[in-house]
Design a protein around this ligand. Structure first.
Ligand SMILES: [Zn+2]
Length: 1077
C-alpha cells in the first residue's frame, strides 16, 4: 500500500506561505497545556522579523499596547450608521476588490467591560479558590491567600449543624428568577431560597443517612415524608471558616495527557468518599448516579412546586421575546449573541456570526489565577461551514492574486479587521503576535484621518468577521491544483441486506439522488465524480465508463492486499455515465438476489476506497452501507467485545475504545488522502460501533444507525438521511488552525477531526453540520484593553476542486472582574463543551469518575460566582448567575445521557454510537439533545403558523387528556394521553379511538382538516431544522413503549439512573455550601 499522504510530508509540514506556513517561526506550542503548567516561561518565538515594535520575547507582564483598541476604540461615532450592504458576493475569480457599495458601519470594538461598574465585591482578592484538590487544605494556593474571614463581604448565617427544614414552597422566592442581565453591569443573580428555618431532622453527617447508590440526591428528602420538600438542602453545614477550599483543578483540565483528564482517580475518585471531601455526605451523590432501576422503586417524592426552579423553556421563551426577529450586528467586541434557540438575523460587521463561532463566555478572565478560580471553561465551538440562512449574506471570496493572501510574517495570521495599519499605511501591526509587517506594494492603501485605510469597506478581509481567500498553489498538495472530489458508494450485499430489501432501496434511490450532488454556485452540474463497489467477504468494483454498453464487474477476492483493479472507468461523471450507472443499479439487487453469504469484511472496504481516491489523486467521501460485525477472515476482522458486566467497573472505558491495529493506520491513510467515511449501519446485533464508527469520527464523517432495519418502518427515515448527506455542502481535505492573540492559546480540541500534532486540526472533510470545540488556556496575562482575539483559518478543497481558505475572526472581552465572565456566559456552549470533553474522557477514565468531576466542577463554578460576584445573602439561598441559571438542568441531563449513565440496560453499541455522534455536534444540536422540546399538541392554535411553545421536560407536564410531541434532534415521539379527545384522534389518524391506532405508524396520514395540517406542518418545520431525520414513534400512555419516551423527560429521575433536576439542584447547592465553608 502506498505510504503516501501528506500528513507529515512536505510541503505541508514546512514553513511556506501555504499550509506549511502555519507555524513558521512560531514554533510548536509548548507541549504543556494544563493548569499545572501555567506560569511556565512565556512561549519563545522564533526568528524575530525586522521591524517589530516589540521584542519577540515580550515579558508576560509587559504586554504591548493593544493595537485593536487604539484603532477602533474611539471611532465608532465618527462613522455614522451605514448599514453594511455589499450587493452580492463578487465573482470568485476576479480580484474581488471592487467596491462593495456603501460603507458599512465602522466595526468598532469598544470594550464592554469599561461600561460596567466594578463589582462591589472582592473579586480580585480571592486566592483560596485555587486548583488543588477538593476538600483538602490548600496545596498550592496561588499567591493571594489573602482571602480570609475578614474580607468576606457576606456571611453565612449560623445554622444548626443538624436538621433539615421541611421546605415549604413559600420558602422559595422568585420562581421566575431575577430579570435578565441587563446592561447596568451588575451581575444580577438568580437567588432562590432553598430553605426555611431549620428544624431537627436527620443528621446529615451520617453517611448512612442515605444509601450511596440511592437516586435521591438529598438524603433528607428521601428520608422524611414532610421533607418531600424536596428542595431542602441539608442544613448541616456548619458555618465555620469562610474561604473556599482549594478545588480540584477543574476536573477536566488537570493532570497530564492530551485529554486533560486525570489518569487516575483523583481527589474525587470514588475510592475515598468522605475522606477528602470535607462534608459528611461527600461521595454519596456521585455514587448515587449509577444506581440501577432497583433504586428507583419506592414512593415518588413529593416535590416542591417545580415552577419555582429555573426553567429552560422559560429562558428560551424570554430570549426569543427579547431578541427574536432582530438584526444581530457583530460590531461589538465581547457581545453575547442571542440563544441558539432564538430566531435572529446576523449582519457581519467585523466578527464572525455566532452560527460559525459561539463561545462559552464572551469575557475571558485576565489572569490565569482568575481562570483557575472560576473553572469556567474558556472555549469556542466552531462550525466553519454552518448554513447561512437565505436572508444573510454568503461569504465573499477574496483573491489576492498570485502572491496569495496577506499574512503576518511571524504568526501567519491572515489579514483581518483586527490588523492595525500604521506608518501612513506602509506597515501593519499584527493583532495576534504584535509583529509589524510591511504592506505589500500591491496592497498599499492610504489611511484616512482616523488612521483607517480608505478602502476599508471595499475589502471583506478588512471589514468582515468571515470571508474566504482563493488559495494559491502554495496551499495545494504537491503544489498542484486539486482534482474535484469523488463519492464512492460501497454497498454490503450480504444476506441480511439483500433480504431486508435494503440493497434494492439504495440502488433505486441513487438513480435520482446522484442528480442532486452538490455543485458550485453558478455551475450547471456537479464536478463530483462517482464510483460503485459492492462487497461481502470479497469486493466487486464496477467499470461504468460512459462508452460501455454494460457495466463491467471486477472482483477482488484477496482482501489482505487490497488494490483497485481498474482506474479508468471507476470514477465517472454521473451525467455522462447515467445510462451505464442506471443499468448497474438495476442489476445489483438481482445479481446478489440469491446470496447466502452472511459474512462481511470492513477494513478492506475502506482501504479500497482510499486506494481508489489515491489513484485518482483526489479527495472524497465513502458512503458505506453495512449491516454486521466484520468477522470474515481479513485485516480488521472484529470479534464480539460486548460485555455489559464491565459497566460501572474500571474497565468500562474499553467498551468505548476502538480496536487499534489496522484501523489506526487506516484512519491515518484516510486523513492523508482527504477521504471521509460516512457509515450507514443496519445492525441486528452488536457490531462494534466503537471501532467501526471511529474511522468516521476521525475523518469528518457521520455515523447513521438503523437497528433492526425494516424497510416499511425505517426506509424513509434512512433515505432522508442519505439524501441530506449526499446533498449537503461540504469541503474536503481540510486543515484548520486556530490562532489567538498573545496570552492564551488553544489547548484541547474535540470534533470529527484528526490531530497529528498539537496545532493542525485535520479533517478529511468538513460539512455544514460539523463543529469543532476548542478549549483555550492562558499562558500569560490578558489585557482588558486589547481583549482576546481568535482567528480560525480553514484550508480546504471545494466541491469543484478549488483550494480555498475560509477565515472566521472573533474578538472577546477580557476582564479582571469575574462578574463580567459570568455575565457573558453561554450555557448552551458550556454544555457543548462539557459533553464533548466528558465523552472524550470516558475513553480513559471510569464513567463514574467523569460524572463526579462534572458535579464538582458545576458546584465549583457556581460557588465561585456566589463567593465573588453575588450580593450577600443567606447561605441557604442557592444563587445562580443569570446567564447560567439553567446550567444545572443541562448538566444533570448530560450525566443521565446513555454514555455517562452507566446502565447495563443500554446496548453497548447504542452508547458508543451516542458518544461518537455527540463529538461533532454544534451548539444548537447539543442544546436540543440535552434538553428535548416537549410540545403540547392538543392545545395548539391551528390558525397560527408558529410551533407552539414547549413545556418543561417532565412527566408532570403531561396530562391524560393531552397529546405531546417530543423531539431532541435524533428522536421524535408523539405521546397520546389515555383520555385524549376522540375527535383529535380522528382528526390526526383517521381512526375512531386510540385502541384502533397502530403503534407502527411512523408518519401521519395526510388528512384534510386543520389539526392534521397543523401537526404535520409542525413536524415538518422541526425536521427542517435538524441535520438528521427523525423517525416518528407513536407512544400511547401506559403502553410499554412509553418507557422509551420517558427517558427523554430530563427533569425527572432517570429511567436508567440519575437524579431528577430538583434533586440535582439540591445536591449541587449542598456542594456549593460545602465549598464556601
Ligand atoms: Zn502575527
Amino acid at each position: 500500500m502506498s505510504q503516501q499522504g501528506y500528513v507529515t510530508t512536505p510541503p505541508y509540514s514546512q514553513a511556506q506561505p501555504g499550509m506549511g506556513g502555519y507555524p513558521t517561526g512560531f514554533g510548536a506550542p509548548p507541549p504543556q497545556s494544563h493548569y499545572g503548567h501555567y506560569g511556565a516561561p512565556p512561549q519563545s518565538f522564533g526568528a524575530q522579523p525586522a521591524g517589530m515594535l516589540k521584542p519577540a520575547a515580550s515579558s508576560p507582564s509587559g504586554m504591548p499596547p493593544p493595537p485593536v483598541s487604539s484603532q477602533y476604540g474611539s471611532s465608532i461615532q465618527q462613522n455614522g450608521a451605514h448599514p453594511q450592504k455589499f450587493p452580492s458576493p463578487p465573482a470568485v475569480s476576479a480580484p474581488a476588490m471592487t467596491a462593495y457599495g456603501q460603507p458599512p458601519q465602522r466595526p468598532a470594538y469598544p470594550s464592554m467591560t469599561q461600561a460596567a461598574p466594578p463589582m462591589q465585591q472582592m473579586t480580585n482578592q480571592m486566592g483560596a479558590m485555587s486548583i488543588g484538590g477538593y476538600g483538602q487544605s490548600p496545596i498550592q494556593s496561588p499567591q493571594s491567600p489573602t482571602s480570609s474571614a475578614a474580607s468576606q463581604p457576606f456571611q453565612m448565617p449560623s445554622l444548626p449543624a443538624m436538621g433539615h427544614p421541611p421546605l415549604s414552597p413559600a420558602g422559595l422566592q422568585s420562581p421566575t428568577m431575577s430579570p435578565p442581565m441587563s446592561t447596568n453591569g451588575s451581575a444580577a443573580p438568580s437567588p432562590f431560597q432553598m430553605s426555611s428555618p431549620p428544624t431537627m431532622g436527620h443528621p446529615p453527617v451520617s453517611p448512612t443517612g442515605f444509601q450511596p447508590p440511592a437516586m435521591s440526591a438529598c438524603p433528607p428528602m428521601a428520608a422524611g415524608p414532610p421533607m418531600g420538600a424536596a428542595g431542602a438542602p441539608p442544613m448541616g453545614m456548619p458555618n465555620t471558616q469562610p474561604g473556599l477550599p482549594p478545588t480540584g483543578g477543574g476536573g477536566f483540565q488537570q493532570q497530564t495527557g492530551p485529554q486533560g483528564f486525570p489518569q487516575q482517580p483523583g481527589p474525587y475518585g470514588g475510592q475515598m468518599p468522605g475522606s477528602q471531601m470535607a462534608g459528611p455526605q461527600a461521595g454519596a451523590f456521585p455514587g448515587g448516579f449509577p444506581g440501577g432501576p432497583a433504586n428507583m422503586a419506592g414512593p415518588p417524592q413529593k416535590k416542591l412546586d417545580p415552577d419555582s426552579i429555573p426553567s429552560t423553556t422559560q429562558v428560551i421563551e424570554d430570549d426569543q421575546a427579547k431578541r427574536g426577529g432582530q438584526l444581530y450586528t457583530t460590531n461589538l467586541r465581547g457581545q453575547v449573541p442571542p440563544l441558539v434557540t432564538t430566531n435572529f438575523t446576523v449582519q457581519d460587521q467585523g466578527n464572525a456570526s455566532p452560527r460559525f463561532m459561539r463561545c462559552t463566555t464572551y469575557s475571558f478572565p485576565c489572569t490565569t489565577d482568575l481562570a483557575k478560580q472560576c473553572q469556567v471553561p474558556l472555549a469556542t465551538i466552531i462550525k466553519p461551514f454552518a448554513k447561512v440562512p437565505q436572508n444573510e449574506t454568503p461569504l465573499y471570496v477574496v483573491n489576492h492574486g498570485e502572491a496569495g493572501p496577506i499574512r503576518c510574517n511571524r504568526c501567519k495570521a491572515y489579514m483581518c479587521p483586527f490588523m492595525l495599519f500604521i506608518d501612513g499605511g506602509r506597515r501593519y501591526q499584527c493583532a495576534f503576535c504584535n509583529c509589524v509587517n510591511e504592506v505589500p506594494v500591491q496592497y498599499f492603501q492610504h489611511l484616512d484621518h482616523m488612521g483607517r485605510r480608505v478602502d476599508l469597506y471595499e475589502r471583506p478581509e478588512l471589514s468582515l468577521g468571515s470571508y474566504e481567500f482563493t488559495a494559491t498553489l502554495d496551499y495545494c498538495k504537491n503544489n498542484k491544483p486539486p482534482n474535484p472530489p469523488a463519492y464512492i458508494f460501497m454497498i454490503d450485499v450480504s444476506y441480511n441486506n439483500i433480504k431486508s430489501g435494503l440493497v434494492k432501496l439504495i440502488c433505486e434511490e441513487l438513480k435520482t439522488l446522484l442528480d442532486r450532488l452538490p455543485k458550485e454556485e453558478g455551475t450547471e452540474s456537479s464536478a463530483i465524480r462517482v464510483g460503485f463497489v459492492t462487497y461481502n467477504k470479497i469486493l466487486h468494483f464496477y467499470n461504468v465508463k460512459s462508452a460501455l454498453a454494460q457495466p463491467q464487474m471486477m472482483v477482488v477476492s484477496d482482501v489482505a492486499e487490497m488494490f483497485v483493479p481498474l482506474l479508468d472507468g471507476f470514477l465517472v461523471n454521473f451525467q455522462e455515465s447515467r445510462a451505464v450507472i442506471n443499468n448497474l443499479l438495476d442489476q445489483i439487487p438481482d445479481m446478489f438476489g440469491d446470496t447466502n453469504e452472511s459474512e462481511t469484511v470492513f477494513a478492506p472496504v475502506v482501504q479500497a476506497g482510499v486506494e481508489a481516491l489515491k489513484a485518482a489523486e483526489c479527495s472524497g467521501k465513502l458512503f458505506i452501507f453495512h449491516s454486521s460485525l466484520p468477522t470474515a477472515e481479513a485485516p480488521g476482522k472484529l470479534k464480539n467485545r460486548d460485555d455489559r458486566k464491565l459497566v460501572n467497573t474500571e474497565k468500562e472505558k474499553t467498551l468505548f475504545q476502538p480496536q487499534r491495529g489496522v484501523y489506526e493506520q487506516l484512519t491515518k491513510d484516510c486523513v492523508g488522502q482527504g477521504c471521509s467515511v460516512d457509515l450507514f449501519v443496519f445492525p441486528n446485533q452488536y457490531m462494534d460501533i466503537a471501532t467501526m464508527g471511529n474511522i468516521s469520527t476521525h475523518t469528518g464523517g457521520s455515523v447513521y444507525k438503523y437497528s433492526n432495519f425494516q424497510i416499511q418502518v425505517d426506509g424513509e427515515h434512512f433515505l432522508t438521511d442519505l439524501r441530506r448527506d449526499v446533498e449537503r455542502s461540504i469541503g474536503f481535505d481540510a486543515i484548520m488552525r486556530v490562532r489567538t492573540s498573545t496570552g492564551f492559546r488553544a489547548t484541547d480540541i474535540f470534533g470529527a477531526i484528526y490531530m497529528n500534532n498539537t496545532t493542525d486540526i485535520e479533517m478529511a472533510a468538513v460539512d455544514c453540520d460539523k463543529a469543532v470545540t476548542v478549549e483555550f488556556k492562558h499562558d500569560d496575562t490578558l489585557s482588558e484593553e486589547s481583549g482576546a482575539l481568535i482567528q480560525c483559518a480553514l484550508l480546504y478543497t471545494s466541491i469543484s476542486g478549488q483550494r480555498r481558505l475560509r477565515i472566521h475572526n472573533l474578538s472577546l472581552n477580557c476582564s479582571s472582574q469575574l462578574s463580567e465572565l459570568y455575565k457573558s456566559c453561554e450555557t448552551d456552549a458550556l454544555i457543548n463543551f462539557f459533553a464533548k470533553s466528558a465523552y472524550n474522557a470516558v475513553l480513559n477514565q471510569p464513567v463514574k469518575t467523569v460524572r463526579e468531576i462534572l458535579v464538582k466542577q458545576t458546584a465549583h463554578m457556581l460557588a465561585c460566582y456566589r463567593k465573588h460576584c453575588a450580593s450577600p445573602s443567606a447561605a441557604s439561598q442557592l444563587i445562580l448567575p443569570d446567564a447560567m441559571k439553567v446550567f444545572p438542568v443541562y448538566m444533570n441531563s448530560l450525566m443521565k445521557s446513555p454514555v455517562l449513565v452507566g446502565s447495563t440496560e443500554l446496548s453497548t453499541d447504542d452508547r458508543a454510537f451516542h458518544r461518537l455522534s455527540v463529538m461533532s455536534l454544534g451548539v444548537e444540536e447539543s442544546q436540543i439533545l440535552m434538553y428535548p422540546r416537549l410540545i403540547p399538541v392538543h392545545s395548539m392554535d391551528v390558525s397560527s403558523e408558529v410551533v407552539p411553545v414547549a413545556v418543561r421536560c417532565s412527566e408532570e407536564r403531561l396530562s391524560e387528556t393531552g397529546v405531546f410531541l417530543l423531539e431532541n434532534g435524533q428522536s421524535l415521539f408523539l405521546w397520546l394521553g389515555q383520555a385524549c379527545p376522540p375527535e383529535l384522534v380522528q382528526n390526526l389518524f383517521n381512526v375512531p379511538s386510540l385502541a384502533h391506532l397502530s403503534a407502527d405508524m411512523t408518519s401521519l396520514p395526510e388528512l384534510d382538516n386543520a389539526h392534521s395540517k397543523k401537526l404535520r406542518s409542525i413536524i415538518s418545520t422541526i425536521s427542517q431544522q435538524r441535520p438528521n431525520s427523525m423517525k416518528m414513534v407513536i407512544v400511547k400512555q401506559k403502553d410499554r413503549s412509553e418507557m422509551l419516551f420517558r427517558q427523554y423527560l430530563v427533569e425527572d429521575k432517570g429511567l436508567h439512573g440519575g437524579a431528577s433536576y430538583m434533586d440535582f439542584l439540591c445536591y449541587v447547592h449542598r456542594e456549593i455550601r460545602q465549598l464556601l465553608t
